[in-house]
Ligand binder design. Structure first.
Ligand SMILES: *Cc1c(COP(=O)(O)O)cnc(C)c1O
Length: 398
């Protein structure tokens, strides 16, 4: 199967929406069928002893790569603007593999304080056990990150906007420091997806996607992606190989299926999410809405400068109210499900408590905090569901 970039023969580069539709497939290598087939396989046969000794063919072992995996890897690399992509079995595995690619015992890494919580666990337990020390830093640190660098610092890990509290990082400022001090810059780019933040144009070396979220897009598979610039590619490829990281065939296909409609879905998540966020800002029960595309967001200007859109995930800080009242609101919702993953077509809500795990920054919300994912339902129906929720909350408030 040919390596496919959607603008191979074109005089001008195609827009990301066009790439999402065309990259990573070659119908005429596949009897004209629009979608590449799912190759399921462990053993790959060699026609001669000579070819076997020399591993002289495109695919040699199911774990290493299959045409199905290569199709999606090529497509994500093309859309996100990286040199290569490696797929992993989950987003978390993309995080752990990417960090392990660069560290050894005695090293030190810088980790953003509002990072996805399991990433924190990885640093505090597994990395600590391997003799790698982690310093958590304020997501708003910007170029001030330079003061935290030690002689043994190897990498800076960013996530923007950060999980649960949605602070936006000044990635270009951090990238300048990373480049000056010869550190690797990693970013968890799941919130924006490959479409709404262009990591490699802002100086990131390695971009991580929990493809489970918007790329798969239908809450029906676990998948991760690590996309790299040229200089990071061989380190990530080696770590993936040595750790035995291997995505499932069906999951890879579902990722490919999701990717084709990602631009269209994200545009709707952006529109509907922002509409609900604005409406929530006007509610008397709400203290603050944590959505980077709102003018009220403290880093709104950074978001406007660097991002091309917003996804459907944001936070809400309620005015002080009892846990019982919040439970009355959430338990009765009809359209919003309660669960931890997100990025599917459906709306979700969870309560969260970011006070419980932060170490570098003090997070003091005015009241209980919720995280919403606005799905692809009709916005008026979603608003009505939340409105009825607020009525239950007020009725149950002491
Ligand atoms: C969900 C998520 C992950 C982990 O992805 P899984 O596929 O669930 O393992 C990593 N980073 C962020 C920001 C996430 O939201």
């Amino acid at each position: 199967m040919r390596q496919m970039s959607s603008d191979k023969n074109s005089s001008r580069p195609h827009a990301p929406a066009t790439r999402a539709v065309h990259s990573g497939r070659a119908p005429h290598d596949n009897f004209g069928f629009v979608n590449p087939p799912v190759y399921r396989g462990s053993t790959v046969l060699f026609p001669t002893v000579e070819k076997l000794w020399n591993r002289d063919q495109a695919y040699t072992y199911g774990r290493t790569c299959t045409p199905t995996v290569k199709s999606l890897q090529d497509a994500i690399a093309d859309i996100e603007g990286g040199a290569t992509t490696e797929l992993t079995a989950s987003g978390y595995q993309a995080v752990s593999t990417a960090i392990l690619a660069f560290v050894k015992a005695g090293d030190h890494i810088l980790m953003v304080d509002n990072v996805y919580q399991p990433t924190r666990k990885f640093c505090d337990y597994l990395l600590a056990r391997l003799g790698v020390e982690t310093t958590y830093y304020d997501p708003l640190i910007g170029a001030g990150i330079a003061d935290l660098i030690r002689p043994n610092t190897r990498l800076i890990f960013t996530e923007s906007p950060g999980s649960q509290t949605f602070e936006v990082q000044d990635i270009p400022a951090i990238a300048r420091v990373a480049r000056e001090r010869d550190l690797w810059l990693l970013m968890d780019n799941t919130w924006a997806s490959p479409l709404y933040f262009r990591p490699f144009e802002h100086g990131v070396d390695v971009s991580i996607q929990a493809a489970t979220k918007y790329i798969v897009g239908h809450a029906d598979a676990m998948l991760g992606a690590i996309t790299c610039n040229e200089r990071a590619a061989k380190y990530i490829a080696m770590a993936k190989d040595q750790l035995g990281v291997c995505p499932g065939s069906e999951e890879t296909f579902l990722g490919m299926r999701g990717l084709r409609t990602l631009p269209t879905r994200l545009a709707q998540h952006h529109r509907a999410g922002l509409e609900i966020a604005r409406w929530l800002e006007g509610r008397p029960e709400v203290a603050r809405v944590l959505h980077p595309a709102l003018e009220s967001h403290p880093q709104h200007e950074l978001w406007k400068r660097d991002f091309l859109g917003a996804s459907g995930l944001f936070g809400v800080v309620l005015k002080p109210v009892s846990d019982k009242a919040v439970a009355a609101m959430l338990d009765g919702l009809e359209l919003f499900g309660m669960g931890f993953s997100w990025g599917g077509y459906e709306s979700l809500v969870i309560p969260f408590d970011a006070r419980s795990y932060r170490t570098a920054t003090d997070w003091q919300p005015e009241g209980p905090t919720l995280r919403l994912h606005i799905g692809l339902e009709d916005v008026n129906d979603l608003r009505a569901d939340l409105e009825a929720g607020f009525e239950r909350l007020n009725a149950a408030a002491d």
